[in-house]
Design a protein around this ligand. Structure first.
Ligand SMILES: Cc1cc2nc3c(=O)[nH]c(=O)nc-3n(C[C@H](O)[C@H](O)[C@H](O)COP(=O)(O)OP(=O)(O)OC[C@H]3O[C@@H](n4cnc5c(N)ncnc54)[C@H](O)[C@@H]3O)c2cc1C
Length: 327
């Protein structure tokens, strides 16, 4: 594997820094901690990406990232190659009530472009940090709408470099889930909205911004909701009310303000973990696992991570850190 990586790195000089060895991914994540990528590849365009995928041996692990707003990069780093789409994939084009966006376009920019063009129905994207590619993979959503409600089609490349166009039904999306094949790298998407008065749409954007500021720790180093809300079936099996939310379970087990090392559950919203400044990725992950275990023991239900965790844990000689209640 290392010799294959070395060959890739060799191409770096010929490819104007599109390949970066030991790229500091963790520092660039919203949590601001974690390890590096063995190799980071930032393609020039879709042909470049397709050639790269065709050229690289199928056993080379390839991981795609977006804005890292929903991802913990483990401290030991990510093996293989990480692909990040940049500026060449961030164009946004308005056609009637349809918005075509590159997968690296920010969700917020898509929402703003829609508002400017008098297109309603995409405001929910405005408060969801990250990119269109990440939003499709996560079927991201807020305030009663999610990506699947506005997406018409997604375009992408398979691990072997073939391009595919998928209509929304093909993606079998449900709550925070997208059934696109593993390894699919989305490159662009088409969203459909409805014609509306620009001021009405802009007013809704302002409302969302205000609501988020009041209820979420948006100025902290965080990754959004730590756990997905349990399904009605899971809640039923644990004899819990069908409208129980993940944050309520975290609260119930003493999660608000709970800390491990530099990782802490936000006092403002207890489904948000924050890096108080000194957290390692392991602190964050251990805090999440501590809560999963407490909720399982006390409430009889298993919380599922909404946050993605990639890479390897660092092998450490340190004694395990114990949880402490703060605040
Ligand atoms: C303050 C805050 C508030 C948040 N609020 C919400 C919210 O209200 N609703 C919500 O749903 N989420 C929320 N999130 C989480 C996050 O914003 C979303 O999950 C977002 O969609 C992540 O996008 P990203 O580009 O950062 O993806 P990343 O974190 O980089 O990746 C997430 C997943 O998407 C995959 N991915 C990324 N790009 C591509 C691509 N081009 N092709 C294929 N797969 C790809 C990655 O492999 C990974 O599995 C919040 C996060 C923060 C920090």
């Amino acid at each position: 594997m290392l010799s294959k990586l070395a060959k890739l790195v060799e191409r770096t000089t010929m490819s104007e820094q599109r390949l970066t060895p030991n790229a500091p991914l963790g520092a660039e994540s919203w949590f601001g901690c974690g390890g590096t990528a063995d190799i980071l590849f930032q393609p020039d365009d879709i042909d470049d990406l397709s050639l790269f995928l065709k050229d690289t041996p199928p056993e080379l692990p390839v991981t795609v990232i977006g804005g890292l707003a929903n991802t913990i990069i483990r401290d030991g780093g990510v093996r293989g190659c990480v692909v990040r789409l940049g500026r060449p994939f961030s164009d946004i084009e308005v056609r009637g009530t349809r918005i075509l966006a590159g997968a690296a376009a920010l969700n917020g920019s898509v929402a703003s472009a829609a508002a400017k063009a008098g297109i309603g129905g995409l405001e929910f994207l405005s408060g969801i940090p990250g990119t269109v590619g990440g939003a499709i993979r996560m079927n991201a959503g807020a305030y009663g709408r999610e990506v699947k409600d506005a997406l018409v089609a997604a375009f992408g490349l398979t691990r072997d470099g073939r391009s595919e166009a998928l209509v929304t039904d093909d993606l079998k999306m449900s709550y925070r889930y997208c059934g696109a094949p593993e390894g699919m790298i989305f490159t662009a998407a088409a969203f459909e909205g409805v014609r509306e008065n620009k001021d009405t749409v802009r007013a809704r954007l302002r409302e969302i911004k205000e609501k988020r500021r009041e209820t979420q720790p948006i100025t902290e180093k965080t990754g959004g909701s730590t756990f997905a809300n349990p399904s009605a079936e899971e809640l039923g099996a644990a004899n819990l009310p069908a409208d129980t939310r993940a944050w309520q379970l975290v609260e119930k087990v003493g999660g608000r303000g709970l800390a491990i090392g530099g990782a802490k559950i936000s006092e403002k919203h207890c489904n948000f973990m924050i890096n108080t400044g000194t957290a390692t990725a392991a602190d964050l992950e251990d805090l999440g696992e501590e809560l999963i275990s407490r909720v399982k023991n006390l409430c009889g239900i298993t919380l599922h991570w909404e946050i993605r965790r990639i890479g390897e844990r660092q092998k450490t000689q340190d004694a395990p850190k114990t949880p402490e209640t703060t605040g």
